[in-house]
Design a binder for this molecule. Sequence first.
Ligand code: ADP
Ligand code: MG
Length: 579
Amino acid sequence: MSRIVGIDLGTTNSLCSVFADGKPQLIPNAHGSVMTPSVVGRLEDGQILVGAAAKDLRVTQPERCVSGFKRWMGTDRETRLGDRTFTPPELSSLVLRSLRDDAEAFLSTNISEAVITVPAYFNDAQRRATRLAAELAGLKARRIINEPTAAALTYGFHEPQADKKLIVIDLGGGTFDVTLMEVFEGTLEIISTAGESFLGGEDFTDRLVATVLKTIGEHVETAELKKPLLVARLREQCERAKCAFHDAEEAVVRIPDEQGEINEHARSARVRRSTFEKVVKPLIDRLKAPVGKALRDGDCSPDEVDEVILVGGATRMPLVSSFAREYLKADPLCSFNPDEVVALGAGIQAALIMDDAAVEDMVMTDVCPFTLGIETVKQFGHHMQEGYYVPVIHRNTTIPVSREEVFSTVYANQNSVRINIYQGEARKVKDNLKLGELSVDGIPPGPAGQQVCVRFTYDINGIIEVEAYLPQTGAKFQTVLTQHAADLTEREIADAVRKMQDVKFYPREDVRNQRLILFCEKIVGEISPLHRQQLEEAIDVFEHSMSSGDRERFEQSRIGLLLMLSQLGIEYEETDDEQ
Ligand code: ADP
Ligand code: MG
């Protein structure tokens, strides 16, 4: 099997790793650095520059360069560089190609496959754009994994014996990601994830640029328009100052002239660390919401978190680590380099795909980072209103997962329904992302309210199987959405769909459950009204859990019902041999 490389395709910097000699290793680029700036430039003669060369060009000829395009993945935004325009996947593909060339030179072999990391909150369109970028760079994306998951893999690889709850805080150049997870006996379990796609280290630099411009009586927007060279060069100065605040109380920022030159007569501005901290305070405050959301979704209080893993260059700011320390009351771990931990994890995932012996004991479970659901109609009096969204699989559910919801027809004699499948968190479908549809017909004539059962099954490859079932006729309808999935062949998809069948379970069809319900239904009429109410509640919970597809919920409610029977002093004997 050829080598699969791991790639952290970052907003600001990108890295590439390979699993060799039993561990993940970073691959240096042609300049000897393991970090390649995610910057693309195009010279007048059409020559493309990527990485450090493009970053240097950006200072003197910002109009010839572009960066930050990861934020536009999944959109139609085009960038003009000279006489050509580029789509976000095209720009990303240039970075990927550069990493691939460096890997081929370093490993003296052809590289055609990669594991690529993306922010956990990336939606389907953004992931598809990433896959397209890989294809344009001549790489098959064997797996697209979430960046925090990759960070967790690095942790799990180095600490196989840990038994802890961890939180990964990833503040990169443009994005902020939080993931809560648990590690025990070599198993990594992602519990929940949250993030913000427009909050990162660059915003801190922007605030500093604005502050410095103010000292010379300039406003950012006007300066950007009228003196782009000054602003580009000043940004570079401010970025340096921001990093210096790591251990300095004060930084001197030299102010370039309108041509972007800094000569001996250049003015300068002294900025105290305390001033910087004051102007970026609103940004630090914005870190709270995603951390809170991940904790709430994971049903975890801040003091239950054992360790904090800091990822991303911007977590080097003391303000960020003290935020983590205060809010989570845990000391951030410093044993991993925050720039490298994601790329190393991508290399470990590549080793898992290649069945490398060094990772054979590692097991990982991930979550579905967004909600999957369908469009529904709401009734307001006599008026039907379309366009509402009903979740079927909630975000942060452990995958693989299978869930069923029962829907009803809304009109009398309605013989067909179209199930529109969406991804997202919004209340209305127009604000979510449409993934596909499934037509269901042959619904027998009758009043409104005919049942249509809809089951979603989602697996680790990102394949979504949607099935509809008409209980009245037994007819089944199915569609498999694979756009989100890694580059799999048709056979691999068929295989994955076959494996997904194991995830589904149909407790209603199990005679033992039918028998338990029948028994309880018989008993409710024979007991006191108070006990009857308690028992009926437990039966309702049990019945509802059977159609949820949630095995854990089902098992708990079954135990609850059996316990209720025994508390009421009712003897019920379970038999195991009936299936
Ligand atoms: P991404 O994952 O988005 O590519 P990185 O993890 O490489 O981003 O982080 C890049 C960001 O980290 C930039 O905004 C950079 O200014 C910031 N950064 C790097 N080192 C430091 C430092 N020592 N202090 C403050 N910010 C830093
Ligand atoms: Mg990153």
